[in-house]
Design a protein. Structure first.
Length: 324
């Protein structure tokens, strides 16, 4: 079972330095230096701000996905959850509902999707891959049926725009909100019994059950958590665009998995690092931004992202074999 003591670091700095992510941090620095030479525009203030904004939805979802993958699970429905939650939020605002109520409606959609995922996996016995893939298809289908492929525009309430477009002290509010989400997720994972249960289940589900951990309840809670964070990411994106796009979140599943795995969270469970996930999310945004600055054909973007995932997974497997 996971080393419980290891899940409660003495300080955030200790975890950042000793989380086994030195290779990720080094790769990130090397990439930044290379971009400085290849695309001088990268280090302009406006472009760096855009990179952080682009990283926000992936980072918010990836913080929740860190719990799922650390628990030895997978969630392929995050992109569709983002789209459906954004659609519900935008539609409620267009219909004249108060912004807090509209956002609560979007969050509720994410929570329900997460709850359904958790029940299908723990109570019905469907594997996480199949269950979340089915929910992904169903949710995207609902979005397409409702919108007929046409964006829902008009979500331009000033209070709603502030969520995704305003600044506080020169820092974009979505970035600040992402930092708050990170802090909450960090506390949950490393300083609560819930977080220790998650990693224990990921390390050895049978042993966790034998020592009295309510594995089904923990799994359901984790899927609800990632559903809520996917919905929150949808609200942030919808606020930024002032519209709900039917295709929003497509391909986010790959980016989220890449951010988590690149960050050092093992696909075999029992190990999770939120610092690494944050770096991985920014790294994914940097890669996409770099490809755009270098005028690389958009059809090649997925090829690059897929290659990064393969390298990250291969490196994780190699590292585990070396330790064994």
């Amino acid at each position: 079972m996971a080393d419980i003591a290891a899940t409660r670091p003495r300080s955030p700095l200790t975890l950042a330095l000793n989380g086994g992510n030195a290779g990720v941090y080094l790769a990130f620095v090397v990439l930044l230096v290379a971009l400085g030479f290849a695309a001088p525009r990268f280090f302009t203030f406006g472009n760096l701000t855009d990179v952080l904004r682009q990283a926000v939805p992936i980072a918010v979802i990836a913080f929740g996905a860190t719990f799922v993958i650390g628990m030895r699970g997978i969630d392929l429905s995050v992109g569709s959850t983002l789209a459906l939650s954004g659609l519900v939020t935008a539609n409620l605002i267009v219909l004249g509902y108060p912004v807090p109520l509209a956002c609560a409606g979007g969050i509720a959609v994410g929570a329900v999707i997460g709850l359904v995922n958790g029940i299908l996996i723990t109570k019905v016995g469907i594997t996480d891959f199949i269950a979340t893939m089915a929910i992904m298809v169903i949710s995207r289908g609902i979005v397409m049926v409702y919108t007929q492929g046409i964006p829902i525009v008009g979500a331009s309430d000033p209070a709603f725009r502030m969520i995704g477009q305003s600044y506080a002290g020169g820092v974009p509010v979505p970035v600040i909100l992402t930092a708050i989400v990170f802090a909450i997720a960090f506390y949950l994972l490393y300083y609560t019994r819930f977080g220790r249960f998650v990693l224990s289940i990921g390390s050895n589900p049978d042993a966790a059950r034998l020592v009295g951990i309510p594995t089904d309840k923990v799994k359901i809670a984790v899927y609800v958590l990632v559903g809520v964070l996917s919905a929150f990411a949808g609200i942030l994106l919808t606020s930024r665009l002032e519209a709900a796009m039917p295709e929003a979140g497509q391909g986010y599943e790959l980016d989220v998995i890449a951010a988590v795995v690149i960050g050092g969270t093992g696909l075999s469970g029992g190990r999770a690092t939120l610092f690494g996930t944050a770096v991985g999310a920014v790294l994914m945004a940097v890669v996409r931004n770099a490809l755009n600055l270098l005028n690389v054909n958009t059809f090649w973007h997925q090829v690059v992202i897929g290659t990064i995932i393969l390298i990250a997974v291969a490196a994780d497997r190699f590292s585990r074999r070396q330790k064994a």
